[in-house]
Design a protein around this ligand. Structure first.
Ligand code: SF4
Length: 455
């Protein structure tokens, strides 16, 4: 479905007259960030200008419900805005994203946060201009429950903060129903975008000077499973590879159960696919993995990870959940064992967070919070102990780095990332920004590397 904004001119008039500004507060994953880029594109196409949250007229919260503290964060931030809403005219509050698909959240907003103007569900972006028109012009609040939008919305205006790196969604929703995860309930079933729509978006980005593309989906290697013809993620990658101007291709996230040999072959043969693969482990214990409904065992994960590690210069990153209901010490040791055997360059680690409505939420849990915290600390320590050795292997080698800009901590130095997604800091000047340059690694500093541009 093509995105059409029938309210653009009417809203533009009001925005110009009142000089309205906006601010977007994004919580959660890269899919949410990508949606926020679209909300930014829609708002700016109607004349809204960006402003800090304390001054913005329209404040849009793009919510996440993966972890419980995200709810507290949203309600805390809404609470802060109550006074502004009461005292000032022309303050509008919009809540979108995954949380809005949970009926208890909507009830709480209706009961305790009645100053919120619009609530919009996932996959319903095409309704945003109409909702805006109603609050700006008709002063009508729109807080109603909308079923998860299952349409694919194409040609939504989009703006990126970055000039050289952009993300492009290729598939929405998820069919996997991992027992701890709320995503399939709030983002609906898998819907793949047509290859030509994706490729056209990427060609346009390449024409604008973008060099690095991140292909996004809850499970990118399910791409195409809903097509009648045989066309899957490796086929799409081969097409993206042909686009002139795009020099680095990343993707997030693949599911280990769907990571087949044909995908590994495409990565191996590619000159553009980054030498960094995100492979979410979640747990290293087969019994816990089965309770998580992940559909792979410890051994299958290890086989896959070690096969990927044979690709020269590859780095692996992962997600790990510590303290799934009733996880025993022995089961946790399996997770540490996988971490030791694989050697991940990045680990996103979390304590299990109960999400109402999921299968795991009904499981009894005898593992105490203290045990879970202690395990997370041990995992963190193991990871930090292993990282210097992984980094040291890079010293003396030369990597191509996309120069992103000045370092935040030292404006005499510049920063960028290697294909392995390692942050590198080096001397350069503004003329290097946006270029891909060879950088020789001189030293490692746990979370970043230092290097020098090779002339
Ligand atoms: S693959 Fe599992 S963890 Fe990932 S979004 Fe789908 S259900 Fe959630």
């Amino acid at each position: 479905m093509r995105f059409v904004n029938n309210y653009e001119n009417k809203i533009k008039e009001i925005v110009q007259e009142k000089k309205l500004t906006y601010c977007i507060d994004t919580m959660g994953c890269q899919m949410n960030e990508n949606d926020s880029n679209k909300y930014m594109g829609i708002l700016e196409s109607m004349g809204f200008q960006k402003a800090p949250i304390e001054k913005a007229n329209l404040i849009l919260f793009n919510t996440c419900c993966i972890r419980e503290n995200a709810e507290n964060t949203l309600f805390g931030r809404l609470g802060f805005l109550k006074q502004r809403k009461e005292k000032e005219e022309n303050v509008y509050i919009v809540v979108v994203g995954c949380m809005t698909q949970q009926k208890h959240i909507l009830e709480k907003i209706k009961k305790s946060y009645r100053f919120v103007d619009v609530v919009l569900g996932t996959g319903s972006m095409r309704l945003f201009p109409e909702k805006l028109y109603k609050i700006l012009c008709l002063k009508q609040k729109e807080i109603e429950y909308l079923e998860v939008g299952n349409e694919i919305e194409e040609e939504v205006p989009i703006l990126y903060e970055d000039q050289y790196k952009a993300s492009v969604s290729i598939i929405y929703g998820c069919n996997n129903f991992c027992s701890y995860c709320i995503v399939p309930y709030v983002r609906g079933r898998e819907r793949s975008r047509k290859p030509e729509d994706i490729l056209n978006d990427i060609r346009k980005l390449a024409q604008k000077g973008y060099k690095e593309i991140m292909l996004l989906g809850q499970n990118v290697n399910s791409y195409g499973n809903d097509f009648e013809e045989e066309y899957h993620f490796p086929d799409l990658l081969k097409e993206v590879e042909k686009i002139e101007g795009i020099e680095i291709i990343r993707f997030m996230s693949p599911h280990p159960k769907d990571f087949k040999d044909d995908l590994i072959e495409v990565i191996k043969n590619s000159k553009k696919i980054a030498r960094q693969i995100h492979l979410p482990l979640q747990s290293g214990n087969t019994e816990i993995l089965s309770k998580m409904n992940r559909k792979y065992s410890k051994e299958q994960f290890l086989d896959l990870a070690l096969k990927l590690k044979q690709i020269p210069d590859i780095s692996l990153s992962t997600d790990i959940i510590v303290g799934f209901p009733n996880e025993t010490e022995e089961q946790f040791l399996d997770t540490l064992d996988v971490v030791k055997k694989v050697g991940f360059d990045q680990i996103y680690m979390f304590i299990y967070s109960k999400r109402n409505g999921t299968v795991a939420a009904k499981m009894e849990d005898k593992t105490s919070h203290e045990e879970k915290v202690e395990r997370l600390e041990r995992l963190k320590k193991l990871y930090e102990d292993m990282l210097p050795e992984l980094n040291q292997k890079m010293i003396g080698k030369t990597y191509f780095v996309l120069v992103e800009g000045k370092s935040k901590n030292n404006d005499k130095l510049y920063t960028g990332r290697t294909s392995q997604n390692k942050v590198v800091i080096f001397s350069a000047d503004d003329s290097y920004i946006g270029k891909i340059v060879p950088v020789k690694i001189d030293s490692e500093h746990l979370w970043y590397l230092k290097g020098s541009i090779v002339d």
